[in-house]
Design a protein around this ligand. Sequence first.
Ligand code: NAP
Length: 308
Amino acid sequence: MSVINLGLVGVGKIARDQHLPALTESGDFHLVASADPHARHPLIPGHAALDEMLTAHPELEAVAVCTPTSLRYTQARLALEKGKHVLLEKPPGATLSEVEDLMALAERQGRSLFAAWHSRFAPGVADAREWLRERRVERVEIDWKEDVRVWHPGQAWIWEPAGMGVFDPGINALSIVTEILPQAFFLRDARLWVPSNCQAPIAARLDFSDALATPIVADFDFRQPGPPTWSIHVETDRGRLSLAQGGRRLEIAGQCVLDDEEREYPGLYARFAQLIRSGSSDVDLAPLRHVADACLAGWRETTDAFHE
Ligand code: NAP
């Protein structure tokens, strides 16, 4: 199987922490070059912009777009127009309609588009989905809380209109819940706390339910000092399931049944390679749709100004 030549767009925190290590060990991809106005990788050619990278490297077959969310559409569109396969970091776009336009373009171009919900590749997620498949869900509690200063240092874009604020990590929880729950669910009420000097929320409380009025509640908070809480608890007619540490640890009825090494990005790149080789795309809009619903129908409260 031939190796796929890939270019990285945006060499920021997630590219350095996750994409570069995953690409180094990947047998499917060869990292050819990067595009970023300032940051470079010491071992590959670095270009200041995507169009420059695409012109300099016609051998590129795919790109991974890891820039701030507001740039996703323009960059993915350019890459697809140039005939490249595209991996979109999460969230796949700033709006639902721009992602839908990319899906149509990928189809027309005969290229693969992958909305990479990395948390779905956490070790406990597939087993949780399987365990819940035959059970009746009675209540779901999602706690996704972290210190924004630790996890998003200096990222002013996160507070801009398309930055999504606390939904930037919160959408990871929604990507897991929409993957593991057997039933569809809908927003009933949302509270968004927005700092007086920002456009995006620092905390949110979302109340969902399904057709049977099962409560599904989510608390997202960027103001948690100390270690983060990234957990999901599901009460069922036959016991309680918990995913902790972002899906790395799985507990059933209080007993740990899986506590594995975090390897989301190797799994994510294996999936991207599979999509390219099978000529298909994978773009699930459900997590982004829930965030859009919260922004559409939620109550907003202004809270203390945020200063880094
Ligand atoms: P980041 O640290 O701010 O990195 C973004 C990088 O993109 C920066 O180096 C930035 O350069 C660069 N950039 C800006 N404009 C560009 C352009 N026109 N062309 C090419 N590069 C450009 O942000 P991040 O945390 O890596 O997040 C990036 C995306 O990944 C976001 O959508 C985020 O939601 C997602 N994500 C983040 C994490 C995480 O844990 N951090 C996890 C998963 C997904 P400048 O700094 O010079 O502007």
